[in-house]
Design a protein around this ligand. Structure first.
Ligand code: IPE
Ligand code: IPE
Ligand code: MG
Length: 249
Protein backbone atom coordinates (compact mmCIF):
# COMPACT_ATOMS: atom_id res chain seq x y z
CA UNK A 1 0.00 0.00 0.00
CA UNK A 2 1.51 3.38 -0.87
CA UNK A 3 1.99 5.91 1.93
CA UNK A 4 -0.82 8.30 0.93
CA UNK A 5 -3.33 5.53 0.51
CA UNK A 6 -2.25 4.15 3.88
CA UNK A 7 -2.65 7.52 5.64
CA UNK A 8 -6.01 7.99 4.00
CA UNK A 9 -7.23 4.63 5.27
CA UNK A 10 -5.95 5.45 8.76
CA UNK A 11 -8.11 8.57 8.89
CA UNK A 12 -11.13 6.42 8.13
CA UNK A 13 -10.50 3.92 10.91
CA UNK A 14 -10.95 6.56 13.61
CA UNK A 15 -14.31 6.09 15.33
CA UNK A 16 -15.43 3.08 13.28
CA UNK A 17 -14.33 0.40 15.71
CA UNK A 18 -15.88 0.05 19.14
CA UNK A 19 -14.24 -2.94 20.75
CA UNK A 20 -10.97 -4.72 20.05
CA UNK A 21 -9.94 -7.90 21.89
CA UNK A 22 -6.38 -9.20 21.77
CA UNK A 23 -4.78 -12.54 22.59
CA UNK A 24 -1.34 -11.16 23.40
CA UNK A 25 0.74 -14.25 22.65
CA UNK A 26 4.38 -14.90 21.84
CA UNK A 27 6.37 -13.41 24.74
CA UNK A 28 8.26 -16.65 25.36
CA UNK A 29 9.19 -17.20 21.72
CA UNK A 30 10.25 -13.56 21.41
CA UNK A 31 12.58 -14.06 24.36
CA UNK A 32 13.97 -17.27 22.90
CA UNK A 33 14.72 -15.67 19.53
CA UNK A 34 16.38 -12.70 21.23
CA UNK A 35 18.48 -14.84 23.58
CA UNK A 36 16.66 -13.63 26.70
CA UNK A 37 14.75 -15.30 29.52
CA UNK A 38 10.99 -15.86 29.29
CA UNK A 39 10.67 -13.35 32.15
CA UNK A 40 12.32 -10.70 30.02
CA UNK A 41 9.86 -11.58 27.23
CA UNK A 42 6.92 -10.92 29.55
CA UNK A 43 8.41 -7.56 30.55
CA UNK A 44 8.73 -6.59 26.89
CA UNK A 45 5.15 -7.79 26.37
CA UNK A 46 4.05 -5.36 29.05
CA UNK A 47 5.60 -2.48 27.08
CA UNK A 48 3.49 -3.52 24.07
CA UNK A 49 0.38 -3.49 26.27
CA UNK A 50 1.06 0.11 27.33
CA UNK A 51 1.67 1.18 23.71
CA UNK A 52 -1.49 -0.48 22.39
CA UNK A 53 -3.58 1.17 25.13
CA UNK A 54 -2.37 4.60 23.98
CA UNK A 55 -2.99 3.84 20.31
CA UNK A 56 -6.49 2.59 21.14
CA UNK A 57 -7.23 5.93 22.77
CA UNK A 58 -5.85 7.74 19.72
CA UNK A 59 -8.19 5.80 17.42
CA UNK A 60 -11.19 6.45 19.70
CA UNK A 61 -11.69 2.76 20.37
CA UNK A 62 -14.29 2.47 23.13
CA UNK A 63 -13.18 -0.83 24.68
CA UNK A 64 -9.98 -2.87 24.62
CA UNK A 65 -9.93 -6.38 26.08
CA UNK A 66 -6.49 -7.93 26.60
CA UNK A 67 -5.89 -11.59 27.41
CA UNK A 68 -2.88 -11.69 29.72
CA UNK A 69 -3.34 -14.88 31.79
CA UNK A 70 -5.65 -17.79 31.08
CA UNK A 71 -7.26 -20.23 33.48
CA UNK A 72 -4.90 -22.80 31.91
CA UNK A 73 -1.71 -20.76 32.41
CA UNK A 74 -1.47 -21.99 36.06
CA UNK A 75 -0.08 -25.20 34.51
CA UNK A 76 3.20 -23.39 33.77
CA UNK A 77 6.22 -23.75 36.08
CA UNK A 78 5.62 -22.12 39.46
CA UNK A 79 8.51 -19.70 38.94
CA UNK A 80 6.94 -18.31 35.75
CA UNK A 81 3.47 -18.07 37.33
CA UNK A 82 4.94 -16.27 40.37
CA UNK A 83 6.83 -13.88 38.13
CA UNK A 84 3.66 -13.05 36.17
CA UNK A 85 1.63 -12.48 39.35
CA UNK A 86 4.34 -10.19 40.70
CA UNK A 87 4.54 -8.28 37.42
CA UNK A 88 0.76 -7.86 37.46
CA UNK A 89 0.83 -6.50 41.02
CA UNK A 90 3.75 -4.13 40.39
CA UNK A 91 2.18 -2.86 37.18
CA UNK A 92 -1.13 -2.05 38.85
CA UNK A 93 0.73 -0.23 41.60
CA UNK A 94 2.91 1.73 39.19
CA UNK A 95 0.48 2.46 36.37
CA UNK A 96 -2.95 2.95 37.96
CA UNK A 97 -2.64 6.73 38.39
CA UNK A 98 -1.36 7.11 34.83
CA UNK A 99 -4.29 5.06 33.54
CA UNK A 100 -6.63 7.12 35.69
CA UNK A 101 -5.21 10.37 34.29
CA UNK A 102 -6.03 9.06 30.82
CA UNK A 103 -9.68 8.64 31.91
CA UNK A 104 -9.42 4.85 31.45
CA UNK A 105 -11.95 2.64 33.19
CA UNK A 106 -10.10 -0.50 34.25
CA UNK A 107 -11.86 -3.84 34.76
CA UNK A 108 -10.09 -7.04 35.62
CA UNK A 109 -12.15 -9.85 34.15
CA UNK A 110 -11.50 -13.40 35.35
CA UNK A 111 -11.74 -15.44 38.54
CA UNK A 112 -10.16 -13.10 41.09
CA UNK A 113 -10.54 -15.36 44.11
CA UNK A 114 -7.59 -17.49 42.99
CA UNK A 115 -5.16 -14.56 43.19
CA UNK A 116 -3.38 -13.97 46.48
CA UNK A 117 -4.88 -11.46 48.88
CA UNK A 118 -2.36 -8.72 48.20
CA UNK A 119 -2.92 -8.84 44.46
CA UNK A 120 -6.68 -8.92 44.96
CA UNK A 121 -6.45 -5.78 47.08
CA UNK A 122 -4.54 -3.99 44.31
CA UNK A 123 -7.12 -5.17 41.77
CA UNK A 124 -10.10 -3.91 43.78
CA UNK A 125 -8.37 -0.61 44.54
CA UNK A 126 -7.43 -0.07 40.89
CA UNK A 127 -10.96 -0.81 39.70
CA UNK A 128 -12.33 1.50 42.35
CA UNK A 129 -10.01 4.40 41.45
CA UNK A 130 -11.08 4.32 37.79
CA UNK A 131 -14.72 3.26 38.18
CA UNK A 132 -16.27 6.62 37.24
CA UNK A 133 -14.00 7.25 34.27
CA UNK A 134 -15.65 7.73 30.91
CA UNK A 135 -12.81 7.10 28.44
CA UNK A 136 -11.41 3.82 27.14
CA UNK A 137 -12.83 0.74 28.85
CA UNK A 138 -9.82 -1.47 29.50
CA UNK A 139 -10.69 -5.07 30.31
CA UNK A 140 -7.69 -7.08 31.46
CA UNK A 141 -8.52 -10.78 31.18
CA UNK A 142 -6.50 -12.41 33.96
CA UNK A 143 -7.24 -15.90 35.23
CA UNK A 144 -9.82 -15.69 32.50
CA UNK A 145 -11.37 -18.50 30.50
CA UNK A 146 -14.26 -18.30 28.06
CA UNK A 147 -15.72 -21.42 29.72
CA UNK A 148 -15.33 -19.87 33.18
CA UNK A 149 -17.14 -16.77 31.91
CA UNK A 150 -20.11 -18.81 30.70
CA UNK A 151 -20.25 -20.73 33.99
CA UNK A 152 -20.12 -17.57 36.14
CA UNK A 153 -22.82 -16.07 33.92
CA UNK A 154 -25.09 -19.10 34.37
CA UNK A 155 -24.57 -18.93 38.14
CA UNK A 156 -25.51 -15.23 38.29
CA UNK A 157 -28.66 -15.84 36.24
CA UNK A 158 -29.56 -18.83 38.37
CA UNK A 159 -29.34 -16.75 41.56
CA UNK A 160 -31.54 -14.09 40.00
CA UNK A 161 -34.13 -16.74 39.21
CA UNK A 162 -33.84 -18.19 42.72
CA UNK A 163 -34.36 -14.73 44.21
CA UNK A 164 -37.31 -14.21 41.89
CA UNK A 165 -35.67 -11.22 40.15
CA UNK A 166 -36.24 -12.87 36.77
CA UNK A 167 -37.99 -16.01 35.53
CA UNK A 168 -36.68 -18.80 33.31
CA UNK A 169 -38.71 -17.40 30.41
CA UNK A 170 -36.71 -14.15 30.64
CA UNK A 171 -33.46 -15.88 29.66
CA UNK A 172 -32.41 -14.57 26.28
CA UNK A 173 -29.30 -13.15 24.56
CA UNK A 174 -29.70 -9.83 26.26
CA UNK A 175 -29.78 -11.38 29.76
CA UNK A 176 -26.61 -13.30 28.97
CA UNK A 177 -24.91 -10.17 27.61
CA UNK A 178 -25.78 -8.39 30.84
CA UNK A 179 -24.23 -11.11 33.02
CA UNK A 180 -21.16 -12.02 30.99
CA UNK A 181 -17.89 -10.46 32.19
CA UNK A 182 -17.72 -7.86 29.39
CA UNK A 183 -21.26 -6.61 30.14
CA UNK A 184 -20.17 -2.97 30.23
CA UNK A 185 -18.48 -3.02 26.80
CA UNK A 186 -19.92 -2.90 23.28
CA UNK A 187 -19.88 -6.07 21.12
CA UNK A 188 -16.40 -7.15 20.03
CA UNK A 189 -15.72 -5.98 16.49
CA UNK A 190 -12.22 -7.35 16.06
CA UNK A 191 -10.30 -10.17 17.72
CA UNK A 192 -6.54 -10.11 17.14
CA UNK A 193 -4.18 -12.97 18.01
CA UNK A 194 -0.45 -12.35 17.82
CA UNK A 195 2.21 -15.07 17.87
CA UNK A 196 1.02 -17.16 14.92
CA UNK A 197 -1.23 -19.73 16.60
CA UNK A 198 -4.58 -20.22 14.90
CA UNK A 199 -6.73 -20.90 17.94
CA UNK A 200 -8.84 -19.15 20.54
CA UNK A 201 -7.25 -20.81 23.63
CA UNK A 202 -10.39 -20.41 25.73
CA UNK A 203 -10.63 -16.63 25.32
CA UNK A 204 -14.02 -14.99 24.84
CA UNK A 205 -16.35 -17.67 23.51
CA UNK A 206 -19.85 -16.22 23.72
CA UNK A 207 -18.72 -12.69 22.82
CA UNK A 208 -16.93 -13.46 19.54
CA UNK A 209 -19.90 -15.01 17.75
CA UNK A 210 -19.74 -12.32 15.04
CA UNK A 211 -16.35 -10.71 15.64
CA UNK A 212 -13.91 -10.34 12.77
CA UNK A 213 -10.79 -12.43 13.36
CA UNK A 214 -7.23 -11.32 12.64
CA UNK A 215 -4.22 -13.59 13.12
CA UNK A 216 -0.65 -12.38 12.79
CA UNK A 217 2.69 -14.15 13.19
CA UNK A 218 4.15 -11.04 14.84
CA UNK A 219 5.15 -11.91 18.40
CA UNK A 220 3.45 -9.75 21.04
CA UNK A 221 6.57 -7.78 22.16
CA UNK A 222 7.13 -6.83 18.50
CA UNK A 223 3.50 -5.82 17.92
CA UNK A 224 3.75 -2.07 17.35
CA UNK A 225 1.68 0.87 16.10
CA UNK A 226 2.13 -0.16 12.47
CA UNK A 227 1.04 -3.78 13.16
CA UNK A 228 -2.00 -2.57 15.08
CA UNK A 229 -2.94 -0.14 12.32
CA UNK A 230 -2.62 -2.96 9.78
CA UNK A 231 -5.12 -4.99 11.80
CA UNK A 232 -7.49 -2.00 12.03
CA UNK A 233 -7.24 -1.39 8.29
CA UNK A 234 -7.95 -5.07 7.65
CA UNK A 235 -11.09 -4.69 9.78
CA UNK A 236 -12.07 -1.58 7.84
CA UNK A 237 -11.93 -3.51 4.56
CA UNK A 238 -14.18 -6.37 5.74
CA UNK A 239 -17.84 -6.67 4.81
CA UNK A 240 -19.85 -7.60 7.88
CA UNK A 241 -23.09 -9.32 7.01
CA UNK A 242 -24.32 -10.87 10.27
CA UNK A 243 -26.08 -13.58 8.24
CA UNK A 244 -27.81 -11.06 6.03
CA UNK A 245 -27.16 -10.55 2.32
CA UNK A 246 -26.12 -6.93 2.46
CA UNK A 247 -23.73 -4.96 4.59
CA UNK A 248 -25.63 -3.73 7.61
CA UNK A 249 -22.43 -2.38 9.26
C1 IPE B 1 1.74 -14.89 26.22
O1 IPE B 1 3.01 -15.29 25.84
C2 IPE B 1 1.70 -14.42 27.64
C3 IPE B 1 1.08 -15.38 28.57
C4 IPE B 1 0.40 -16.45 28.24
C5 IPE B 1 1.21 -15.09 29.97
P1 IPE B 1 3.53 -16.78 26.06
O2 IPE B 1 4.22 -16.86 27.37
O3 IPE B 1 2.44 -17.76 25.86
O4 IPE B 1 4.58 -16.88 24.88
P2 IPE B 1 4.88 -18.15 23.96
O5 IPE B 1 3.58 -18.61 23.38
O6 IPE B 1 5.50 -19.18 24.85
O7 IPE B 1 5.80 -17.62 22.93
C1 IPE C 1 -3.22 -17.68 25.44
O1 IPE C 1 -1.90 -17.99 25.16
C2 IPE C 1 -3.30 -16.93 26.72
C3 IPE C 1 -2.67 -15.61 26.71
C4 IPE C 1 -2.12 -14.99 25.71
C5 IPE C 1 -2.69 -14.95 27.98
P1 IPE C 1 -1.28 -19.42 25.53
O2 IPE C 1 0.14 -19.35 25.12
O3 IPE C 1 -1.56 -19.78 26.93
O4 IPE C 1 -2.12 -20.39 24.58
P2 IPE C 1 -1.78 -21.85 24.04
O5 IPE C 1 -1.33 -22.67 25.21
O6 IPE C 1 -0.68 -21.69 23.02
O7 IPE C 1 -3.04 -22.33 23.40
MG1 MG D 1 1.76 -18.72 24.21
Amino acid sequence: MNRNLYLNKLKKIKNIINHVAIIADGNGRWANINGKSRYFGHKEGLKSIMKIINISIYYHIKALTLYVFSTENWKRPETEVNYLMDLFKKTLKKQIYKLNNKNIKLNIIGEKIEFNKELRTYIYESENITKNNTGLILNIAANYGGKWDIIQCIKKIFYKIKNKKISIEDINESIINKNISTYNSPPIDLLIRTGGELRISNFLLWQIAYSELYFTKTLWPDFDKFNFEEALISFYKRTRKFGNLINKG
